[in-house]
Ligand binder design. Structure first.
Ligand code: F6P
Length: 359
């Protein structure tokens, strides 16, 4: 009998509960026990932060958004900030403590579900002797080593529907809408949703944009009698030779990507005189039910992770290599960010459809 731990880390993505359910059921089938670690890795430092996952715990959860285990993003969990008497702060590495916590929970293996940050943590734990299998999650689809991450296609689905809804109101008012989509430094969501929903302009981080080209495109359209347009901007889009757009997080000192829609809309208005509006879709792209494709991928990933554990193959991440799911070394997953390749056919498709990419 084995005792398997499972954690969900980083920003949530639709499909997390499907992974948890698949890991739980595939383990129970083998006579193993599954322990859910609550809110990331808190359980390694406080053994009460767990939930035993039995059949009732995962019943009816495949289609649910979020994660029944909770998650944390931002702060690195294997570091502790200790305030000194003089007010200064010393940062302690507590990885060894985390490893002790893993053993204290009586775990034989860990399934770490997450994006690049979580896979880095998983690799670190593996290097400290913990048997780990990673499962690739992120709406951004920017994780290397897998054809796709679960959550991505649901985000594309939400974004596509939103862009389509803007067409009619943009046309009714002869306005330009600039829609800001998530994706961090990769343009996958913006490109896929923009092409699928027939945006007139798509700006992605991989292709720095020239605002003059964007405005020329919009004005040429205007001359053809089309007085409205939808511009899709990935949050990581940036002008040629310019920087990303940042905004301060509420209540914090840190900044995150955000505000590019305002920036682009202002520039378009200044150059064309057109009435512009912005829409930032934000976390709507992450919340709610996973579409069937993501549920299926998530279930396949979860079941495959348990098969990896059964085979005793650790330090790997399950990955989609169509038509099958296989495992790749965690090192590969964290080796680079998976951006949109400029030679990707979907980029060529966008150009062939007459969509302006800001070039
Ligand atoms: O990585 C997923 C993601 O949703 C990014 O697309 C976005 O930049 C970021 O997380 C937002 O993070 P938070 O949930 O901390 O606001």
């Amino acid at each position: 009998m084995k005792r398997i731990g499972i954690s969900t880390g980083g920003g949530d993505a639709p499909g997390l509960n499907a992974v948890i359910r698949a890991v739980t059921l595939a383990s129970i089938r083998r006579g193993w026990e599954v322990v859910g670690l609550l809110r990331g890795y808190g359980a390694f430092f406080d053994p009460n932060q767990i939930r035993i996952l039995d059949r009732p715990a995962v019943r009816g959860t495949t289609h649910l958004g979020g994660t029944i285990l909770g998650t944390r993003s931002g702060a690195y969990p294997f570091e502790r900030r200790v305030e000194q008497d003089d007010g200064s702060v010393v940062v302690e590495d507590v990885t060894e403590e985390a490893v002790e916590g893993f053993h204290r929970l009586g775990l034989d293996a860990l399934v770490a579900v997450g994006g690049d940050g979580s896979m880095r943590l998983a690799l670190k734990l593996h290097q400290h002797g913990i048997p780990v299998v990673g499962v690739p999650k992120t709406i951004d689809n920017d994780l290397a080593g897998t054809n796709v991450t679960f959550g991505f296609h649901t985000a594309v689905d939400v974004a596509t529907a939103a862009i389509e809804r803007l067409h009619s109101t943009a046309e009714a008012h002869d306005r330009i809408f600039v829609v800001e989509l998530m994706g961090r430094y990769a343009g996958w969501i913006a490109l896929f949703a923009g092409v699928a929903a027939t945006a007139q302009v798509i700006l992605i981080p991989e292709i720095p944009y020239d605002i003059e080209e964007v405005c020329d495109h919009l004005m040429a359209r205007e001359r053809r009698g089309r007085h409205w347009a939808v511009v899709v901007a990935a949050e990581g889009a940036r002008p040629v030779g310019g920087d990303f757009t940042w905004s301060k997080r509420i209540g914090g000192q840190t900044e995150s990507l955000g505000g590019v829609a305002e920036r682009v809309a202002t520039q378009i208005h200044e150059r064309t005189g057109k009435e512009t509006r912005t829409v930032t879709l934000g976390h709507l792209q992450r919340g709610g039910q996973p579409i069937p494709y993501d549920r299926l991928i998530a279930l396949r990933f979860g079941a495959a992770a348990v098969r990896q554990i059964e085979e005793g193959e650790f330090g790997v991440m399950v990955s989609l290599d169509p038509p099958t799911v296989r495992a790749v070394p965690l090192e590969l997953a964290v080796s680079r960010m998976k951006s949109v390749p400029l030679e990707a056919d979907v980029v060529a498709t966008a150009r062939d459809l007459g969509i302006c990419l800001g070039e």
